[in-house]
Write a protein that binds this ligand. Structure first.
Ligand code: TRP
Length: 455
């Protein structure tokens, strides 16, 4: 076995610290903003079913592989892939897997921070009592006014990028742990409350029926690809975020258990968000396929009508910003770790550079909702295109390559040593079935299906 490396960026203080950081990365806008709106666009139940299958059959196994590679390489994903390829006598080209991840991270963060900016704006809109007594029309108008104004979107986007870079500059390990430990349970608490509201005031049955009753006639190739892409997105997989977090993981922690915990927490949050939102959608005669504005048009109605809504609503959006924040830092950490390793930059300098690039690319998303709303490529706005390219192509491709590298190219001995699973049978199942066959071929089949090869 190769000599054990140490990360120059330090280690998590405990297994719990890693679980919290990885959960912080996984749970974010993907769960609360994106999952409900893409579920709405793709017809509900059948989409949710495919998403769940992808989480369990592809997501969890790939998460284990990605953490394992990170912990073995102990560097930024680019250098980790380079060292592991060398160690396993594989071509150096594997470092480009790390590069693709860095690129995907920039592209995702560029639009992620614009949406997080909406959440920031909503902290103040809810806090000022703007939504008190709001109807669905009122909530829709307030949202439409926000996104029609490029200057305001730009200001909130800029603020969110700056917030993210401050934490990244200080190092993702300090402070994050405590914040996630207390704020994540609070976020879940508010979601439970919202589900409670939906049960009493919303069309709860109809909402559940939409989410959990699969209607396969609504499941086209794009829906399947989107569901798979989202399973990578929501678990932060396929671009090196979890790999770089894994590189700070102490040697003796169980990768299997931690992966399962993180994935279950992430899935629970997404399903709760869906159960809170769709009953409100149906009770107010709204469109489930309303698109990216869905949560901003539905939840304010609930907050506008429940007792204490100003308080709970404000708290909710604060926590949503926070959840987005702990996700955003993981999107940029691979690039920053690389700048520090290879260019001897300080974290501060590296963060400023990375932040500037993100901010600049983010302009495309800011303008997608107003002055560029007619700019379409393949029928998609720049924002849609960025999302499609990253979630539906780059992340699954990254996941596929991670599965191939771990399952087919690394020596079985290295994989087994690093994973150190207690139960042999479980390892054989993960290795022989999931990571070698189900995950890579699953991704390939969904890709081929989406481009119409399998018709
Ligand atoms: N998983 C986060 C969310 O659901 C977003 C995110 C953070 C992410 N890091 C990532 C997505 C890395 C893909 C890859 O909001």
């Amino acid at each position: 076995m190769a000599e054990e490396r140490q990360s120059i960026h330090g280690q998590w203080s405990s297994r719990m610290a890693f679980i919290l950081a990885a959960t912080g990365s996984a749970v974010g806008l993907g769960n609360i903003w994106k999952f409900p709106y893409i579920t709405g666009e793709h017809g509900g139940g059948a989409f949710v079913l495919v998403y769940l299958l992808c989480i369990f059959l592809i997501g969890i196994p790939v998460m284990m592989a990605e953490i394992l590679l990170g912990r073995r390489g102990r560097q930024s994903p680019i250098n980790t892939m380079r060292s592991l390829a060398k160690e396993e006598k594989l071509p150096a080209i594997w470092k480009y897997l790390g590069w693709m991840g860095v690129l995907a991270g920039f592209l995702i963060l560029s639009y992620y921070s614009v949406i997080a900016g909406w959440a920031l704006a909503y902290v103040f809109r809810t806090g000022s009592g703007l939504f008190t007594g709001a109807t669905s029309d009122g909530a829709q108008t307030i949202f439409a006014e926000l996104i029609a104004d490029p200057e305001r979107l730009l200001a909130w986007h800029t603020l969110f990028v700056v917030m993210t870079m401050i934490i990244v500059a200080r190092g993702v390990k300090s402070g994050l742990e405590k914040a996630v430990r207390y704020l994540m349970p609070l976020l879940i608490g508010i979601l439970v409350m919202l589900v409670g509201y939906a049960m009493s005031e919303g069309a709860f049955q109809e909402g559940l029926h939409f989410l959990f009753d699969p209607d396969f006639s609504k499941l086209d190739e794009t829906a399947i690809l989107t569901a798979m892409g989202h399973s990578f997105f929501t678990l932060s997989l396929g671009m090196g975020a979890i790999m770089v977090y894994g590189s700070y993981l102490p040697k003796n922690t169980s990768i299997t258990k931690t992966s399962i915990i993180v994935a279950l927490a992430d899935t629970a949050v997404a399903l709760m968000a869906g159960m809170a939102i769709f009953p409100i959608v149906f009770a107010n005669g709204m469109e489930p396929g309303a698109g990216p504005g869905l949560i901003f048009q539905t939840l304010p109605i609930a907050f506008g009508q429940m007792p204490g809504g100003v308080f709970f609503g404000t708290l909710f959006f604060v926590l949503l910003v926070f959840a987005a924040w702990t996700s955003a830092i993981s999107l940029i950490e691979p690039a920053v770790a690389w700048l520090v390793e290879n260019h001897g930059q300080t974290r501060i300098y590296a963060s400023v550079i990375a932040g500037f690039v993100t901010w600049f690319v983010g302009l495309a998303t800011v303008f997608s909702f107003n002055i560029w709303s007619d700019v379409k490529y393949w029928d998609m706005t720049p924002f849609d295109l960025l999302d499609y390219l990253t979630s539906n192509i780059m992340l699954p491709l990254g996941g596929l390559l991670i599965a191939v590298f771990t399952g087919w190219l690394m020596s079985r001995q290295s994989v087994q040593d690093e994973l150190a699973m207690r139960y042999k049978g479980l390892f054989n199942f993960w290795y022989g079935v999931l990571i070698r066959v189900v995950a890579p071929f699953g991704v390939i089949v969904v890709f081929l299906n989406a481009i119409g090869v399998l018709d």
